[in-house]
Design a protein around this ligand. Structure first.
Ligand code: ATP
Length: 369
């Protein structure tokens, strides 16, 4: 088990004094023993570079990478005792599954006898339910089976850290879901500190203990899935996490005594001051409604705004539906239950409780509420 720390880590590719690319900027991340960290963000935000610096495949330009308090910046990748799993599985095509699994153990000077290695291979194969495949070559395996072997190769040595770089990107949607549950279970079982790169927010939300949301090489938020969803630090995190996307509208905020008055195009409502932690110094705000927080006004009364919409599309998703509609505020997406009598062209009145409304400073994009 390893306590992983990134302390003021910056990575510049090329010449920093001229036209270097700042891939990662002043990153601080702390991952306690046994925790599962997910690095989440859009393409090019610096996730892979961060992972490679943890693994020793890339040197930080500034800052420290520490394992259990010891700086490892100068420790070579092969001496860091980390196991990496990549999206392309990286199996040896000419070796059987058994040989692929045992390869790392045979190569190391670990004092293990051939019988001990065989025993460990069997144990890991059982854990991953791939015992029947031990004599197969990678070409005879499905994508999911290959990824299981790749995982097996990573856990067989009981490394200090697991590093995953989009390990499920090449699998179909259904298999991705199964495999992510398996990775989650496996990591909890073996309790090895892990860092996992993905641009898929749903994957991040289901698998992470902690999520580091990155944008343009900079950390936007480090928090539990619940925190990044419910208390996003800024507009970027709020828009990147959660599906369907948050509805956003321009508005203004004014002090109305016990409450703040929010004025949007043709719609005004009050937000009790008790619900707002931040000091309000701005007038222009962005008002956010998560689709999940919008209710049909006929089913639930709230103290919040109520507005009419014209339904365009109803997309059933299990027991709920995503309803796309047009309103005086602009286009609105809502996720609602009791949707069977909602038809395109219907009028649907929506409402949201004031405690569910998000407010962002229109200029800094910081969360106000
Ligand atoms: P993706 O999800 O597309 O893999 P990412 O978030 O993992 O993206 P990185 O691969 O870490 O992003 O890249 C971060 C930035 O650094 C990008 O602008 C990329 O072009 C740049 N970069 C990455 N590797 C190098 C390199 N070896 N040389 C120069 N620039 C690089």
């Amino acid at each position: 088990m390893t306590h992983l720390e990134l302390d003021s880590v910056t990575k510049v590719f090329g010449d920093p004094s001229t036209d270097g690319v700042v891939a990662v900027k002043d990153l601080h991340i702390d991952v306690p023993d046994g925790e599962f960290l997910v690095l989440l963000g859009p393409s090019g935000c610096g996730k892979t570079t961060t992972l490679r610096m943890i693994g020793g495949l890339e040197d930080p330009t500034e800052g420290e990478v520490r394992f259990d308090g010891t700086v490892v910046n100068d420790v070579k990748a092969r001496n860091r005792d980390v196991a990496m799993v990549f999206q392309d599985f990286a199996l040896y095509p000419h070796m059987t599954v058994r040989e692929n699994l045992g390869f790392g153990l045979r190569r190391e000077d670990n004092g293990m006898s051939a019988d001990e290695i065989k025993g460990r291979v069997t144990e890991v194969a059982e854990m991953l339910e791939i015992e029947e495949l031990l004599n197969n070559k990678p070409a005879q395996l499905s994508g999911g089976q290959k990824q299981r072997v790749a995982l097996g190769r990573a856990i067989i040595r009981e490394p200090r850290l697991f590093l995953f770089d989009e390990p499920l990107a090449n699998l179909d949607a259904k298999l991705r879901k199964t495999m992510r549950t398996e990775i989650d279970e496996l990591q909890s079982k073996v309790g090895i500190t892990s860092a996992y790169v993905t641009h898929n927010q749903e994957e991040a939300m289901t698998i992470a203990d902690k999520i580091a949301v990155l944008n343009d090489g900079q950390l936007q938020q480090l928090g539990s899935p619940d925190q990044v969803f419910n208390e996003p630090t800024n507009l970027f995190v709020a828009q990147f996490v959660g599906s369907p996307d948050m509805n956003l509208f321009d508005g203004t905020i004014t002090d109305g005594g016990d409450a703040y008055r929010i004025d949007m195009d043709l719609l005004s409502f009050d937000v009790p001051k008790a619900l707002v932690d931040a000091e309000i110094t701005t007038e222009d705000v962005l008002v956010g409604f998560r689709p999940q927080d919008l209710y049909q006004a006929r089913n639930r009364a709230t103290d919040g705004p109520e507005f009419d919409t014209d339904v365009r599309v109803v997309e059933p998703v299990g027991t709920e539906a995503i309803v796309h509609s047009t309103s005086l505020l602009g286009d609105v997406t809502a996720k609602v239950g009791n949707f069977h009598d909602i038809e395109p062209t219907d009028q649907l009145s929506l409402t949201i409780a004031p405690e569910h409304v998000y407010l962002f400073d229109a200029e800094s994009e910081a969360l106000l509420k």
